[in-house]
Design a protein around this ligand. Sequence first.
Ligand code: NDP
Length: 240
Amino acid sequence: MARVAIVTGGTRGIGEAICQRLKRQGHTVVANFGGDEEKAKIFTNETGIPAYKWDVGDHQACLDGCERVEAEHGPIDIVINNAGITRDGTLHKMSFDDWNDVMRVNLGGCFNMAKATFPGMRERSWGRIVNIGSINGQAGQYGQVNYAAAKSGIHGFTKALAQEGAKFGVTVNAIAPGYIDTDMVAAVPEPVLQKIVAKIPVGRLGHAEEIARGVAFLTSDNGGFVTGSTMSINGGQHMY
Ligand code: NDP
């Protein structure tokens, strides 16, 4: 059945692949983005998918943004919390702002978007929320206490909200991607990246579309018995 779906951080990388996949599934898809207006325009021209700018770390902006999306497209039944940032550094060099920005956007964004959409899903007795975590939230990662904590928090958030949504037909799941060939990973220095790829049993980075296929399953009617789970899509790098 066709639904209205929103993908945060949907104009680039993994989010863009998720938008395109959900559109191919027949859904009405809306992307949110944080600041790169030029990329958002190119995305909308290429895909025909509207893009709405707001900061997912801003609680009121999420409430207002989702209200606008619902007024223009209808009730939101599918939410993909994909927006994420990194502010890497070892603890002794990490500022409070580096910590706070990552918690606010990566973990706070999930709460804010759920507050805006979960009540409606409950009322309509159907909903799908997929939160994009990370292998580094499962395994930890040197230089990423902020990111690992936020992503690990996403996995706990997912399991708790899944318990609240189950009796209302709302499933809440997470996907923990391994290293995927997007802008975020392009920012990793080449020698570090080579070492990372050497540790991936399938011998390559993942593709954004491989995460999107997981989202397509979890958001489908066929995925109705899967809730509170974390799907690891990481080429065998970390078996959790
Ligand atoms: P990218 O950096 O390529 O894209 C990030 C997207 O998030 C952009 O659309 C960006 O918008 C948006 N965004 C950033 N901050 C905000 C904000 N405050 N409010 C709204 N939107 C925002 O990321 P990836 O595609 O690589 O990653 C997507 C998700 O997958 C992230 O949560 C990431 O942590 C996770 N992940 C990625 C992995 C990888 O290997 N790439 C591995 C594991 C997890 P704008 O373009 O406007 O900046």
